[in-house]
Design a protein around this ligand. Structure first.
Ligand SMILES: [Zn+2]
Length: 228
């Protein structure tokens, strides 16, 4: 029944807005159930755990900048998880303050892309749900320092060629490295991420920096790459 309702809303939106309006984008709420497995978006919509459903748009030019799936670091068994992203959220046609969950809005996942003038992004529903669960488990706000990165953006910041940030299912949770308890905070985030069941958490030693001779966690990288 709820899917029927969704189709009705979509039909009305299409009739009312037409397809010619530059600012028209199909945004509607429905009953999503739990987010599905975290693969790159091969469909034309993404539905978040709170029911927000966004219509995605193809950007062949951006897709062409993705590395070929066959070169992924895990070999032939993982090519399905590294297909170039085909469908993106059209950032210029959407309100960036849309809540994706209780405590997070879209802009928190795509802010760096927007700041660089990017107009396309992708946010995986499962990682958005997991970020919320981590935040709820911690019982305090967390800052997302990076989520989606287009290949060119990823290259500029020195990300790995096949970084999951390209595929929209990776998030870096910021840790204030100036704090003497940064490692404790990082470990708490790490533990929560493991508890909620994200596919991968980068070892903290790989996201630590030197602060006046002390090794301190600077961020926690988590992703839902779709395999473990
Ligand atoms: Zn990361």
């Amino acid at each position: 029944m709820r899917w029927c309702w969704t189709f009705v809303v979509l039909s009305i939106a299409t009739l009312a807005c037409g397809r010619s309006s530059l600012v028209s984008v199909d945004v509607f709420f429905g009953d999503s159930g739990a987010p599905g497995p975290a693969d790159p978006p091969y469909t034309e919509t993404v539905t978040f755990a709170n029911g927000l459903r966004l219509a995605l748009t193809e950007s062949p030019e951006l897709t062409l900048t993705y590395p070929g799936a066959s070169g992924n670091p895990f070999g032939a068994t993982r090519t399905g998880h590294y297909q170039p992203v085909r469908f993106f959220i059209p950032l210029q046609s959407i309100t960036l303050s849309h809540p994706l969950s209780e405590n997070f809005v879209l802009s928190e996942f795509v802010g760096p892309t927007v700041e660089r003038g990017g107009v396309w992004a992708y946010v995986d529903a499962q990682i958005a749900d997991h970020v919320q669960r981590i935040r709820s488990g911690l019982g305090r706000p967390v800052i997302l320092s990076s989520a989606f990165r287009a290949p060119e953006h990823n290259s500029v910041v020195g990300g790995a060629s096949y970084s999951r940030h390209l595929y929209g299912d990776a998030v870096d949770i910021d840790v204030d490295q100036s704090r003497s308890d940064a490692n404790t905070i990082g470990q708490e985030v790490f533990n929560e991420a493991m508890d909620v069941g994200v596919d991968f958490v980068l070892p903290l030693i790989d996201t630590s920096v030197d602060v006046s001779g002390q090794t301190r966690v600077s961020w926690v990288h988590i992703d839902d790459r779709g395999f473990r």
